[in-house]
Write a protein that binds this ligand. Structure first.
Ligand code: INI
Length: 161
């Protein structure tokens, strides 16, 4: 935690109040029995942080590999303050895990940098199904919820930058 009492520097920090922020969610249908929980978690987080879930747009793409392009179009539309990207890539189920997970991570990062719209990496990448389940609302929390909270914080921080 930043020490807000030390020195005379100016500290910027985004609040966790969603207010009237507009969010787009891009969700990968591959492993949708898991990703649906991430989507529910993200919407729950927006609602519980005071956001208007009527303003949320949800776009489904076939797999995590397809997330970046859809995220780019949503970010470029000017209609959203942040794009929350959700998916589940499980090593056990594919020999091209590295490609899918790597391209999703790199692409989502590039969309944020190139558009200036916060683009959140809420794609879980795990060794096996058990680890994935743990991140979709059980032992390790819900990474969709966490991704949405990150989006809220960044929207509020970016207003000050
Ligand atoms: N897509 C995922 O989102 N998760 C995976 O685990 C996965 N596996 O295992 O292959 C996956 N593959 C599909 C990929 O994202 C593309 O949709 C596909 O290659 C077509 O471009």
């Amino acid at each position: 935690m930043p020490d807000k009492t030390a020195g005379s520097h100016r500290t910027l920090e985004g609040s966790l109040l969603a207010g009237s922020a507009r969010f787009a969610i891009v969700a990968a249908r591959f492993n949708d029995f898991l990703v649906k929980h991430l989507v529910d978690g993200a919407i729950d987080a927006i609602r519980r942080h005071g956001g208007d879930i009527g303003k949320v747009t949800l776009a489904w793409v076939p797999g995590a590999f397809e997330i970046p392009l859809a995220a780019k179009k949503l970010a470029e539309s000017g209609k959203y303050d942040a794009v929350i990207c959700l998916g589940a890539v499980i090593r056990g189920s594919t020999p091209h895990f590295e490609y899918v997970a790597g391209e999703a991570a790199k692409g989502i990062g590039q969309v944020g940098l190139s558009t200036g719209v916060p683009c959140i990496f809420g794609v879980i990448t795990t060794e096996n199904l058990e680890q994935a389940i743990e991140r979709c609302g059980s032992k390790m929390g819900n990474k969709g919820f966490e991704a949405a909270v990150t989006a809220i914080e960044l929207v509020n921080l970016h207003k000050q930058l």
